[in-house]
Ligand binder design. Structure first.
Ligand code: AHM
Ligand code: MG
Length: 352
């Protein structure tokens, strides 16, 4: 008797378009039916982020040409770091784009101590909140090395009748409805997920559009590269030192750009592991849970990878307590994260 196999649902990510260009806008609109609450708000939000990314890209690309490189007058940001002028610019543009459309009700950024309320546009109340790091790795700007924007989108928890609250932002990463990054590299690429796989769009500067270039991205199961600031080796815990020794014994190549978006993007394409464990300076890790680790963990998991704290908790299950909370991270190819886990279990002095 002939058996019928059930066909997987066809989405725009899996449809073949021959050589036809699929722009980010077209892709977002045609994917709307995949969203649980398809009111068009999330579609609008992703488009706003795409527009802000193009504006930031324009400034990043001419950073050496105009007097925009260097430390801003505004002083330190919420985490006590020096703000770069381009950090401030990218932050302003993202906030502006999101405020103008009113597709979200509140924003949190690495560059702002507190959340920013967004006034309704045309009396329309939004159910979404957005978190971002407007320009991650910004210490690289002055030396022409790649930087990135990271974003996460959640549905608010509080009643839409009132202002958004900090609790709306303190949700675990599993509640993200969309997350992604923009890498301003040799070319500019926007990579995002809405929980239905990961797709990448490269900016074609000749037409000013992000075009689908990396359909349904899958991270390699294993890799040959590890990314960690090995300069802190002596400040790492024993289990981390043993794992790094093992990477060296196995002849894995060390690749560390010092710009998390760039390091993770390479790992997504070529395989590998990125580590930012506890150090003496940052006992809880350096990177921020809500707008750095969670969105990148969602992207990597959606591409088939894994992401844990170096205390072996799944990043996306962490319960946040503060907006600018830091977190340790081990993220990348599933086989390499599993290998790291085995080292931590074997050598850790801490009760797991
Ligand atoms: P930033 O948000 O202040 O730019 O810091 C985050 C960056 C990451 O992109 C990168 O992985 C890390 O800091 C590098 O830190 P270190 O110089 O300690 O290795
Ligand atoms: Mg950052």
């Amino acid at each position: 008797m002939a058996t019928t196999t059930k066909k997987a649902p066809e989405t725009i990510a899996t449809q073949q378009h021959g050589n036809r260009i699929v722009t980010l806008d077209e892709f977002i609109i045609r994917s709307e039916k995949d969203f649980e609450y398809a009111t068009g708000e999330l579609t609008g939000l992703l488009r706003d982020i795409g527009v802000a990314a193009k504006i930031i890209n324009r400034e990043v690309n001419k950073a050496g040409l105009v007097n925009i490189i260097g430390v801003a007058d505004s002083g330190d940001n919420a985490s006590g770091d020096k703000q770069q002028k381009l950090d401030v610019y990218a932050n302003e543009k993202l906030i502006e784009c999101l405020q103008n459309s009113g597709e979200c009700c509140a924003i949190a950024s690495e560059e702002n101590d507190d959340i920013i309320q967004v006034s309704p546009v045309n009396s329309k109340k939004s159910n979404y909140i957005v978190l971002f790091d407007p320009l991650d790795g910004s210490s690289n700007i002055d030396v022409n090395v790649s930087v990135g924007t990271i974003f996460a989108i959640y549905r608010r928890r509080s009643d839409a009748a009132g202002p958004a609250t900090k609790e709306d932002f303190l949700q675990p990463g599993t509640k993200q409805v969309a997350a992604g990054y923009v890498l301003y590299g040799t070319s500019t690429i926007l990579v995002y997920t809405t929980g239905h796989g990961v797709n990448g769009f490269t900016l074609d500067p000749s037409i000013g559009e992000f075009c689908l270039s990396h359909r349904n991205l899958r991270i390699p199961e294993n890799g040959q590269f590890y990314a960690v600031n090995q300069g802190y080796y002596s400040k790492f815990d024993l289990e981390m030192r043993r794992y790094i020794d093992n990477c060296s014994d196995q002849n894995y190549g060390l690749r560390y750009i010092g710009s998390m978006v760039s390091d993770i993007h390479r790992i997504l394409i070529q395989g590998g592991i990125f580590l930012y464990p506890s150090t003496r300076k940052y006992p809880k890790g350096k990177l921020r849970l809500l707008y750095e680790c969670n969105p990148l963990a969602m992207v990597v998991e959606q591409a088939g990878g894994k992401s844990l704290t170096t205390q072996l908790k799944r990043i996306l299950d962490m319960e946040p307590r503060e907006l600018h909370q830091r977190c340790t991270i081990a993220i990348g190819s599933p086989a390499m994260v599993d290998e790291l886990k085995a080292f931590v279990e074997r050598y850790s002095a801490l009760p797991l």
